[in-house]
Unconditional design. Structure first.
Length: 291
């Protein structure tokens, strides 16, 4: 892939980055880093950025830990809004055109609109130019809504991703752009880094199966939101789809570890997981909440 292919793919990604900005502005939805960045940069009493995913270990977070998370800055990913805990930021993405008549598309439009009308949160929209949801309706809700353009790291395999990160680090692009590859977790980690948090904690990023925190019978969710429709094709997978090399040559486990080793450690940023149930552990240590 290197060096010509790297340059070609990076230029292509940059044009897609600019397209996201233009598309959002046409809907009067502006880029997060242009309008809202400074509010979420590190404050004196907040040094930790919590990323909230959908794995079942979320159900083990206790009340003290939730209080501490609420005192810091947090980002919920995709269907996080099913949960009762309202984070500082919510990162969502739409669906492909082929999904417009699906139950999951209808569910997300309806429930996200109700959520935004009743909860106070800053919404970040990923891939607004090439995914589908009723973005215009969300804009009318009583919340701040922004696009979150991303720069895709070139590479289609774990090895090429790692090589690309080394070049990106040399160019300093990790300090200027929200980086992405394969999974929203990379974009979320990159966001925490750009916001200048020195500790980033991955909660509910277990990657060990496709079961979600709302799949528990005793789960009680946000009162404005119903449970998402079940994805039967992935229900019984023994490993999360983003970590299954049969789905993609890039695996979430490798991407996260490579980003940590190449970018975060070089910037003196500490990456943690909430639970030892995550397949990222022990290469990424478990976070210890302050006593």
């Amino acid at each position: 892939m290197f060096p010509f292919e790297f340059t070609r793919l990076l230029i292509k990604s940059y044009f897609e980055y600019q397209r996201e900005i233009r598309f959002g502005r046409n809907l009067d939805i502006h880029p997060f880093f242009e309008k809202k960045y400074l509010q979420f940069t590190k404050e004196k009493d907040k040094d930790t950025f919590f990323i909230l995913g959908g794995s079942q270990s979320i159900n083990k977070i206790n009340s003290y830990q939730w209080r501490f998370i609420s005192s810091q800055v947090s980002l919920g990913i995709n269907n996080w809004f099913v949960h009762t805990f309202v984070p500082s930021l919510l990162l969502v993405e739409g669906y492909k055109k082929k999904d417009l008549d699906s139950k999951k598309y209808s569910w997300k439009n309806k429930n996200l609109a109700k959520y935004l009308s009743n909860e106070k949160i800053t919404l970040l929209i990923k891939d607004i130019s090439n995914s589908y949801l009723d973005w215009g309706t969300f804009r009318k809700a009583n919340n701040e809504i922004f696009t979150i353009p991303k720069l895709k790291v070139p590479g289609r395999s774990n090895l090429s991703f790692t090589k690309s990160l080394l070049i990106i680090r040399k160019l300093g692009l990790q300090n200027a752009y929200n980086l992405f590859s394969r999974t929203s977790i990379i974009q979320a980690i990159s966001l925490g880094q750009l916001l200048d948090y020195k500790k980033i904690v991955l909660c509910g990023i277990d990657l060990s199966n496709n079961k979600y925190f709302w799949n528990k019978n005793e789960f009680i969710g946000n009162k404005y939101v119903s449970i998402p429709p079940e994805n039967k094709s992935l229900k019984n997978e023994a490993i999360h789809e983003t970590s299954n090399i049969l789905f993609n040559k890039q695996t979430a486990e490798h991407l996260i570890n490579a980003y940590n080793d190449t970018i975060l450690k070089n910037s003196n940023i500490e990456l943690y997981v909430y639970s030892s149930e995550s397949i990222l552990y022990p290469s990424i240590p478990v976070y210890k909440f302050p006593i």
